[in-house]
Ligand binder design. Structure first.
Ligand SMILES: Cc1cc2nc3c(=O)[nH]c(=O)nc-3n(C[C@H](O)[C@H](O)[C@H](O)COP(=O)(O)OP(=O)(O)OC[C@H]3O[C@@H](n4cnc5c(N)ncnc54)[C@H](O)[C@@H]3O)c2cc1C
Length: 254
């Protein structure tokens, strides 16, 4: 399947064919244990993979932006790492993860074959949407930080969100290969309210500033690795974003 193929029917412009009422408010199920089966595993860049999982039960419901904790066993010891869900809640009981290969856990999930299983617990996470927001939105993603933002954007577009959505994306590992880039370009051609920019060689912050957006009127959601979310947050606030309208999620290892 080409990376840009929408997994969902996207409600854009005149194509608003989904049931907007049922999509515009969401619920999450209580955190519980599931067993997931790998149904698809595709490289999005040389180091980032999309891994699609099918859960063993129907009751899993999550808010766009939430995560799951796969559980691992290594040398007789059990541990867990957290991964954001990259797909819309409308796709349950399938979920998509978007995973950067950095160490043992991420390599383990990337290397699972179709049909193999992975125990996990979820949903978790606070940088979510539970209803349609009221302002235009700016999404800023670095690397696999695109995952929770994609879940939100897919859900907003399915739900007929009427305000503009901007996505600015970069990937420090391979700056010329960005996860889902063809999908975002396709969406920006299909949806007049969705605007996509990959960061130029002058950098992410420069690219955001060059858009000339009125950030004081927007909600801003940032997701990146380690110190980058707080650096980007400081930069967008210097460009006029209001602190109470900015949220940042940090991917880090623990
Ligand atoms: C709320 C939350 C959501 C997350 N969602 C995702 C996700 O959707 N996709 C994803 O790929 N990762 C995600 N992570 C990170 C993930 O939980 C693991 O920490 C990551 O896969 C590293 O684990 P590892 O065992 O492979 O590597 P480790 O052996 O633990 O090594 C990690 C090292 O890699 C560096 N590093 C480079 N890229 C990353 C990265 N993306 N995350 C963490 N450390 C990184 C760190 O600086 C660290 O030194 C998330 C983390 C949090 C806190």
């Amino acid at each position: 399947m080409p990376a840009w193929t929408p997994y969902t029917r996207v409600a854009c412009d005149a194509q608003a064919e989904v049931c907007l009422q049922s999509l515009s408010v969401l619920r999450r199920s209580p955190t519980a244990d599931y067993v997931a089966t790998i149904v698809q595993s595709t490289f999005l860049t040389p180091t980032i993979k999309s891994v699609r999982l099918r859960l063993d039960r129907d009751e899993f419901q999550f808010l766009p932006g939430q995560s799951v904790w796969p559980r691992f066993e290594r040398e007789g010891r059990k541990f867990s790492k957290i991964y954001s869900i990259a797909s819309s809640p409308s796709q349950c009981r399938e979920i998509e993860l978007c995973i950067s290969r950095v160490g043992w856990s991420s390599a383990y999930v990337q290397d699972l074959a179709i049909g193999q299983t992975l125990p996990l617990r979820g949903p978790y996470g606070l940088m979510t949407l539970s209803e349609l927001p009221v302002r235009p939105r700016l999404y800023i993603a670095e690397g696999s930080g695109i995952a929770p933002l994609k879940s939100q954007i897919d859900w907003l577009l399915e739900s007929g969100f009427s305000h503009p959505i901007w996505l600015v994306q970069t990937n420090p590992e391979t700056s010329d290969q960005l996860p889902y880039a063809a999908y975002w370009q396709h969406l920006s051609q299909q949806c007049s309210s969705f605007h996509y920019r990959s960061a130029t060689s002058q950098g992410l912050e420069w690219t955001i500033a060059s858009l000339g957006l009125n950030l004081a009127d927007m909600d801003v959601e940032i997701c990146a690795v380690n110190d980058r979310p707080s650096q980007i947050q400081t930069a967008v606030m210097a460009m006029g974003a209001r602190a109470e309208q900015v949220r940042a999620e940090k991917f880090y290892a623990f």
